[in-house]
Structures are given as C-alpha cells and as structure tokens.
Design a protein around this ligand. Structure first.
Ligand code: 1GP
Length: 252
C-alpha cells in the first residue's frame, strides 16, 4: 500500500514544516482554474469531499483536479460513495468525537472491500468535530454532538485514545463555514498529548488565523470557505503557514 502522503505529513511534522490543504467541495467546483491558482499560491495538498453532495459529480471532480496538478489529491469523504480511484489517497475517517457507530466503524466495513480494489493510500484518521459556534453540515449529517470548544481535556483524551487505537493522524475540525476555528489553547493541549500529526480545519479565514493555528501546534491546516470567497488570499495564507517555525523556535 502506498504511504507517500502520510510520510510527507510526518516528515513535515518532524521538521516543523507546516502544510496548507485546500478543501474542494465537488458541489461548488465550477472551474478547474482554482486548482492551478492554488498550486501557484503555495497549497501543498488538495482534499476533496463534503458532508453532503448532491450533484453526483464526485469522480469527475477528482479526475479534473488530477489533470490540473501533480500535488497529492486526497479524498476527505463524507460518505461511502465518495471513493474515486483517480485520487492519490483517502482519509479513512473514524469520527472519534462522536458516538455514532456508523461513523466509528459501520461505514468503514462497507468501504473496506471497495478500497481494497483501488491503489489509494489509506490514511487512518481520528476525526474530531469541535463546536465552532454553529451547527455545521458535518455535525448535522453525522448525527453527533461536537466536543465543546472549551473542553480541552475531552479533546486531548479523545485524540490520545485515537492514537492508542493506532490511528495515524488526528484531524480536529469545527466544520466548513464555522464561526470560529478550534481554540489555540485546545490545539496546544492536544498537541502536547499526542505524537502523531495534527490537522486543524474549519473557520480559518485569515493569514493571522493560519499563523496562530500553526504556531499553536497544527502540522497542517485546511481551508475551504475562504478560498471559495476570496481566492486571492490563499497565497498570503500559504506564506503564513510556510513561515519557518523551526528557525523561530531556535531564536535565529
Ligand atoms: C471543513 O476544515 C474544512 O471540513 C474547511 O473549513 O470551509 O471553514 O475553511 P472552512
């Protein structure tokens, strides 16, 4: 099974080279130009998926993105029908913040034999929804309660349990279009509790947000909504993410 995507994330973690992910929602994907522009702006990976897709163009969307870029294209699935062999990898998400068995293991049982027939890199991921100030599609569709935004201990213990279960990544998300991103204090608490790479998404809208979230401990951040609304800001966010945190820590 390929492991290049995970290895690059883990290597980035060890070198404190933070990564920027652009999330593409196939329902909102109207022009392939966004892919080239994002690559030029400094995006490191593309995630593709959504909690609810209604256009039925998932496979076509992945194929179109792949034609535009050599950057890794990773499926961030909202459901078992979001599998495309044209992608490079898939986050095999277990929604460990929730108590819905379908999202913890049920859908995985259905997806596993389908994924086995592909060459996708499977990345076992502990996915944690955190309250971001409003009910998002992810929370509603998953039928779960997000972790309260100020319960850092719950977040840290949940992430640690995910790591102990053998999951390779933790992805904390306030959901697309959230009013706020995961708090810096929660990111710090989780970061010091786990040793696997930490991805943060939801509600990150400015280069300042991106910088602070990375400084707090994110190894990669995911942006979606702001890139749809203001694509010109992606380059500034990429610069904030790629700021050299290892040099700063050494005080050079
Ligand atoms: C959602 O983390 C992603 O799963 C991106 O969120 O759309 O709020 O940037 P935004």
């Amino acid at each position: 099974m390929p492991s290049a995507i995970y290895n690059s994330l883990a290597e980035g973690q060890s070198k404190k080279q933070k990564k920027l992910v652009l999330l593409i929602d196939p329902d909102k994907f109207t022009s392939a130009d966004i892919v080239k522009r994002a690559e030029l702006a400094g995006v490191d990976y593309f995630f593709v998926g959504g909690s609810l897709l209604s256009k039925g163009n998932f496979n076509k969307c992945v194929e179109t993105i792949k034609k535009q870029t050599n950057l890794p294209v990773v499926i961030f699935p909202g459901n078992t029908d979001q599998v495309s062999p044209a992608a490079d990898g898939i986050l095999f998400l277990s929604l460990i913040s929730g108590r819905n068995p379908e999202n913890l293991i049920g859908k995985h049982v259905q997806a596993a034999p389908i994924l086995k027939k592909t060459n996708l890199e499977i990345i076992p991921t502990g996915y944690m929804l955190i309250d971001g100030g409003k009910i998002t599609t992810a929370t509603y569709m998953s039928n779960t309660v997000p972790i309260p935004h100020d319960k850092n201990d719950i977040a840290a213990c949940t992430a640690l349990a995910g790591e102990m279960l053998g999951l390779k990544l933790i992805y904390m998300d306030t959901g697309s279009g959230a009013k706020r991103h995961v708090t810096l204090q929660m990111i710090k608490e989780v970061k010091k509790t786990i040793s696997i790479p930490l991805i943060i998404g939801g509600g990150i809208r400015t280069p300042e947000d991106a910088y602070e979230v990375c400084k707090a401990g994110a190894d990669a951040i995911v942006i979606g909504t702001i890139a749809e609304e203001s694509p010109e800001i992606v380059e500034q966010i990429a610069k904030a993410v790629h700021y050299n945190f290892s040099i700063t820590e050494k005080g050079i």
